[in-house]
Each structure stands twice: as structure tokens, then as C-alpha cells.
Ligand binder design. Structure first.
Ligand code: FAQ
Length: 326
């Protein structure tokens, strides 16, 4: 009867055919704009791609609390302090939704944190720049949250269900952040000469790093091709960057600030703004750990996590007690 059992060769072939069938069905589902959910079959490459992108997004939200956290104690009024605290707290919440979405893909939170702290996982380059004046709180809300919204609005339609749903909620909160930043900039640019100069100086320092948030140009972007095929990303780095520029130039004009780019010019043919060359050398230096604040940001994270260890232990002990009915 042994000859009825499949040989090693044909069982390998069967497995290959099976995964090819699954992969075709998976791609058809994506092409039909259906969401992939945590328990659905997915190719390993898709799962790993998502773990990389969503966890880096989560790390960015959490590390992104530091530059603004730096100004909570120095906010110029009680109202400004309350708004800033609420915003920074929102970023922590965004990090939590995104870590939870990543965990649905079969990786633990502690592994993700380890990847961040050992430099294996990246976070957005933008958070490695220092916040020197109160106007930087305006520039971050207006430009950094503004850029994040352009990117995240497109990610609401991402193919992975848990990521897409997190994006819907995050976008609502980010639009409040963008408005609080624009309000600060608008107040300062209508204020004293000194305040106007501070607002312009903040725009000068944050403009180019904000454009870098969208990642390398499409021709240099290693992950865009798979990300677009799997509808993880719904817009390319260059397309989203252009959308952000087109929107923001008009906002700057409205409050009398000047975008620090002599090559910025409306192009009536393309109906977009042409803009100058981004300093890609600076971008890669920052991404690879050599920005102004990279070391400080990670050291702060390591310190805060170690100092908060007792809180996590206490929360776990409390939840175990409750589960045991004590
Ligand atoms: N910084 O092939 P691509 C926020 C890396 S949320 C650092 O183009 P991909 C809210 C990239 O990871 C801001 N690294 O990659 C807030 C890859 O490295 P890897 C975060 C960057 O994934 C506001 C390599 O370069 N938002 O700000 C950057 O297709 C205020 C090759 O690049 C998200 O994460 C960069 N700027 O496209 C919080 C959105 N760009 O992984 C607090 C979701 C690229 O191979 C205060 N993510 N790299 O080692 C995405 O949309 C994409 O991941 C991109 C990059 C567009 C960021």
C-alpha cells in the first residue's frame, strides 16, 4: 500500500501549489478592496512588512512625545499648557493602538520595544530635531502633524483591518493637533516683531525635516512596490509629499510666513508646486542614528521604561488578583 502515499517530491509540490493558491486568493481579496483580518491567511512577507511599518509608526508616536513634552512646563499660559498636555497624551494613545495592531500579527510588545531600544527598528526622523522655542510647538502641530495627517488619511484605506481602523481614530485626533499648531503659528505671526521672527525661524528649521517624513523618493524607496501591490500604502512617498506641500504653502501665505525654499513655484502645467532639492544626505544621517537628538531620545526611552517597570508589575499583579476573584 506504500506506493499510494505521496512521495516527498509530490508532497513538496502539493505544498507549493497550496500556497500559490492561497496567495492568489489573498491578492484577489486585496484587489477587491476587502480587508485582511488578523486570523486570515496572509503571506509571511505581508505579515513581516506590516510588523515593520506599523511598529515603526507606533515607535514614532511614542518617541514623538519627547520634543513637545520638553515644553509642557514652559507653556506660556494655562490654556496652552492644558492643550499641549492633551496633545502629548493623545500621542501616547496612538502608540498604544498601533502596538496593539502590531501584536495581532503575532509579535509581543516586549520584542517590539527591544527592537526600538537596540536600534533594529526605526522611528520617524523628524523626532530627532530639538525644540528650541515655543514657536516650535506651533511648527510641530502645523507641519509635523500636518504631514502625519496627509500620510495617515491615505492609510485609513490600508488593506490590514486593525491598522486601518486605528488610522480612522488617529486621524480625527491629529486634525485637532494640526489646528492647535496652526493657531500658535497664526497668533505669533500676527504678534510682536520678535514673535513673528520666532514663528518664521521655527518654520525655517522644521520645513525641510517635515518633507523628509514622507521617506526617500519613490525611485529610492525599497518597500513602496510591495506596499502598493498589497495596498498597505495607498499613496507613494512622492505623491503624498507633493500633496502636503500643495496644501501647506497656502496656509503659510495666509498667516504671512515664507516657506524657506527659493525654488518653490506654482507650476500651472502640473497644477502643483515645484520645490527645491531635499538634503537626502542629512535625511540618511538622521535615519541612521546621527541626528541632533537620536541618542537622547533612545536613552530617555530606556530610562522611562526602566523607571516604569514597577507600574507594569503592579498592574499585572492587580489584574491577576481580580481574575482570581481576590
Ligand atoms: N524616518 O522604502 P521606504 C507622527 C526608512 S507619526 C525614519 O520608503 P516605507 C505623529 C524606512 O522605514 C510619523 N525612517 O519605507 C506625531 C525604511 O527602513 P527599514 C510616523 C524612514 O515604509 C506627530 C527605509 O527608510 N508615521 O508623526 C523615514 O515604504 C507629532 C526605506 O524607506 C508613520 O510611520 C523617516 N522619515 O515608507 C507624533 C506612517 N522614511 O524599515 C508626535 C506610517 C523612510 O527598511 C508628534 N509609515 N524611512 O529599515 C509609512 O507610511 C511609511 O513607513 C513611510 C516610509 C512613508 C514612513
Amino acid at each position: 500500500m506504500g506506493h499510494f502515499l505521496p512521495s516527498n517530491h509530490s508532497s513538496k509540490a502539493n505544498t507549493l501549489t497550496m500556497s500559490a493558491v492561497q496567495e492568489t486568493a489573498f491578492q484577489e481579496k486585496i484587489d477587491a478592496e476587502l480587508k485582511i483580518e488578523a486570523k486570515d491567511w496572509m503571506p509571511d512577507k505581508y505579515r513581516l512588512h506590516l510588523i515593520r511599518q506599523i511598529s515603526q509608526h507606533a515607535h514614532s508616536e511614542v518617541i514623538g512625545m519627547q520634543p513637545e513634552g520638553n515644553w509642557i512646563t514652559r507653556a506660556p499660559s494655562l490654556r496652552a499648557k492644558m492643550v499641549l498636555i492633551a496633545k502629548v497624551q493623545d500621542e501616547a494613545g496612538h502608540g498604544l493602538y498601533l502596538y496593539s495592531a502590531t501584536e495581532t500579527l503575532g509579535i509581543t510588545r516586549s520584542e517590539l520595544i527591544k527592537q526600538l531600544q537596540t536600534g533594529k527598528a526605526k522611528y520617524s526622523s523628524i523626532f530627532n530635531y530639538p525644540t528650541l522655542t515655543w514657536a516650535d510647538m506651533g511648527a510641530i502641530g502645523w507641519l509635523v502633524d500636518g504631514a502625519a495627517i496627509v500620510n495617515q488619511q491615505s492609510l485609513r484605506r490600508t488593506s490590514y483591518g486593525p491598522y486601518s481602523r486605528a488610522m480612522v481614530r488617529i486621524c480625527k485626533e491629529e486634525s485637532f493637533h494640526q489646528r492647535q499648531g496652526y493657531e500658535i503659528m497664526s497668533k505669533m505671526s500676527n504678534g510682536t516683531i520678535e514673535q513673528q521672527e520666532m514663528a518664521q525661524d521655527a518654520l525655517n528649521r522644521w520645513w525641510w525635516p517635515s518633507l523628509m517624513m514622507f521617506g526617500p523618493t519613490d525611485s529610492e524607496s525599497a518597500h513602496t512596490s510591495n506596499a502598493m501591490k498589497w495596498k498597505i500604502k495607498r499613496g507613494t512617498n512622492d505623491d503624498l509629499r507633493q500633496l502636503f506641500i500643495d496644501r501647506t504653502v497656502k496656509q503659510a501665505e495666509l498667516i504671512g510666513l515664507e516657506i524657506p525654499d527659493p525654488d518653490l513655484k506654482w507650476n500651472p502645467k502640473t497644477k502643483h508646486y515645484d520645490f527645491g532639492e531635499i538634503d537626502w544626505e542629512e535625511f540618511w544621517e538622521v535615519v541612521n542614528g546621527n541626528g541632533f537628538c537620536n541618542k537622547e531620545r533612545i536613552n530617555n526611552h530606556i530610562k522611562a521604561r526602566s523607571e516604569g517597570q514597577w507600574v507594569r508589575e503592579a498592574a499585572l499583579a492587580y489584574s491577576e488578583k481580580k481574575q482570581n476573584g481576590v
